[in-house]
Design a protein around this ligand. Structure first.
Ligand code: SAH
Length: 260
């Protein structure tokens, strides 16, 4: 069947069976798992998920036309939710067996990831397996002192252990995207640093990385005014740049900021 892809919805369908199989193998889905797929499209990946016979499959797809196609293809086997993932709040499907998987629409992939980091509704899940543009994946994986290091690595590492599974060539998709993609797996950490409000982590990293080439003197003064005890406590040199502070240092700064 020929489906006309909508660019506005980031539709690049995965057509490479080897890659589809690899994604499913790395996801380690078994007949005890529950799966939520984000953006199933015409169901290429869903087919492979279905073959592993998990307990339940839920999919969230925004495009009504594709929802019709999915309904015909899968009949009653799966729970098809016609919604925008960014608005989705239904925590009724959350569970500690839930594997969330998605070849994400690239125009919203960072927002989807941040949604599961902030996790406002306390949605339960076991792991995330997401396909990103390689450029964003590199930023998520970046280590301190590297040029790609910034907000995404700090936010994502707060909550998850992250690994790259594979890089995926544009030829594996239809239509072909312009850039390489990477598949990442995110396992929630057992002990995460607790904040009064996770939004403060977003807020603080925004303030530091809005001017990523400038010294940290400005954001520190802006946030802490005259209360600069943190400089000594964390051994901070105001001549450093935002990319020189470890994720853990940012988490400490957030805690100090929350206690001002
Ligand atoms: N998983 C499929 C399709 C990936 S393309 C495959 O690999 O072949 C991305 C899919 O996400 C498209 O089907 C698109 O319609 C859907 N999508 C785009 N924006 C969305 C949103 N906000 N919420 C849910 N689905 C969305």
């Amino acid at each position: 069947m020929i489906i006309k892809a909508k660019k506005s919805l980031g539709q690049n369908f995965l057509i490479d069976k080897n890659i589809l199989r690899k994604i499913i193998d790395f996801a380690k889905i078994d007949n005890n798992s529950e799966v939520l797929e984000i953006g199933p499209g015409s169901g290429n990946l869903t087919d492979f998920i279905n073959q592993k016979k998990p307990k339940k499959i839920h999919v969230i797809e925004k495009d009504e036309n594709l929802v019709q196609i999915l309904k015909n293809k899968f009949k009653k086997n799966i729970n098809i939710i016609n919604e925008d993932i960014l608005n989705y709040t239904g925590s009724s499907i959350g569970s500690d067996k839930l594997i969330i998987i998605g070849n994400l629409p690239y125009n919203i992939s960072s927002q989807v990831l941040v949604k599961f980091i902030i996790n406002k509704n306390n949605f339960k899940f076991k792991k995330l397996i997401f396909m990103f543009q390689k450029e964003l994946a590199d930023r998520i994986l970046a280590k301190v002192n590297s040029s790609n290091y910034g907000r995404f690595s700090i936010l994502a590492n707060w909550k998850f252990d992250i690994k790259k599974v594979i890089d995926v060539n544009p030829n594996s998709f239809l239509p072909r995207p312009k850039v390489m993609s990477s598949l990442l797996i995110f396992i929630p950490k057992e002990n995460i640093i607790k904040f009064k409000d996770v939004k403060n982590l977003e807020h603080i990293t925004n303030i530091f990385f809005n001017q990523r080439r400038k010294k940290i003197k400005k954001p520190i003064n802006f946030l802490f005014k005259s209360k600069l005890g943190i400089l000594k406590k964390y051994n901070l040199d105001l001549n450093l740049r935002p990319q020189n502070l470890k994720p853990e240092t940012y988490y400490s700064i957030v805690k100090e900021y929350e206690n001002l």
